[in-house]
Design a protein around this ligand. Structure first.
Ligand code: PEP
Length: 258
């Protein structure tokens, strides 16, 4: 089975529309072919903030770069101040959406239940859901990593069918490694990824789900540590925060997946 790598940049609350366009121009100028249509190349996605989406979609058009949002609400419309619907996202031209990032769980009250609702909304609107899971340092220290990750995966994927899973990408992001410079070792990351893949085997009758679902690693991935992580058998790409904000760094990671 060969899963295509995905390298996704989570720009978080960075880059105005003008700055986002400038970054896409840099990526196009420096990519040397790695952002081009090529089945063997990794799927490259950038996820700007809402107000930057349309401008980035326009600038990326005609390239293989894909654009994703950082959140989606489950309702079609209504009194949900500060939220955004699937139809609104689709109108911008995005194809992907990050769901359940640990910063949303930590600072904005995201729960396993809302992650599930958002995941189902993304699927309903034909968006690829990049669903984040991962344990805190405390949970790891008390040997709860597998229990936490299992709870998060089962909850996020409640009522998600094997067919839906074609549009789900999981991102294992140990919370202690996000934005801290503390990266999981290749072995630590691989162990959790293998655990998640086995979990998918037990959750879905068709072995194709576990075989085909991409599981990204996220947490201080940089050009200098990406090759080791991406060489692990169950690591299918990266969700990149800080290093996605500079074209050279982001492309340095993309090149490790070629
Ligand atoms: C992230 O926020 O998804 C992330 C992985 O951030 P960083 O790469 O900066 O650790």
């Amino acid at each position: 089975m060969s899963r295509r790598y995905m390298i996704a940049g989570n720009w978080k609350m960075n880059n105005t529309a003008a700055e986002g366009v400038a970054l896409i121009k840099d990526l196009k100028a420096q990519c040397g072919g790695c952002c081009c249509q090529n089945e063997k190349a990794p799927e490259v996605v950038v996820c700007p903030t809402f107000t930057t989406l349309s401008a980035v979609v326009a600038e990326a058009s005609g390239t293989a770069l894909k654009v994703g949002a950082q959140n989606i609400h489950w309702a079609e419309n209504g009194a949900y101040t500060g939220e955004i619907s699937g139809a609104m996202l689709k109108e911008t031209g995005v194809t992907h959406v990050i769901i359940g990032h640990s910063e949303r769980r930590q600072y904005f009250g995201e729960t396993d239940e809302t992650v599930n609702k958002r995941t189902k909304a993304a699927l309903k609107h034909g968006l690829v859901a990049i669903v984040c899971i991962g344990e805190t340092l405390e949970e790891r220290a008390s040997d709860k990593t597998e229990a936490v990750v299992e709870r998060q995966v089962r909850a996020a994927l409640a009522d998600v069918t094997a067919d839906d899973m074609k549009n789900v990408v999981l991102a294992y992001e140990p919370v202690w490694a996000i934005g801290t410079g503390m990266v999981a070792t290749d072995e630590q990351a691989q162990a959790v990824h293998a655990f998640v893949r086995n979990l998918l085997k037990s959750m879905f009758k068709c072995p194709c789900v576990a075989e085909n679902t991409r599981i990204l690693y996220g947490g201080s991935m940089k050009p200098g540590n990406a090759a080791g992580l991406l060489a692990q058998p169950d690591i299918d790409g990266g969700l990149i925060g800080g290093a996605s904000l500079k074209a050279a760094d982001f492309l340095g990671i993309v090149k490790c997946a070629l």
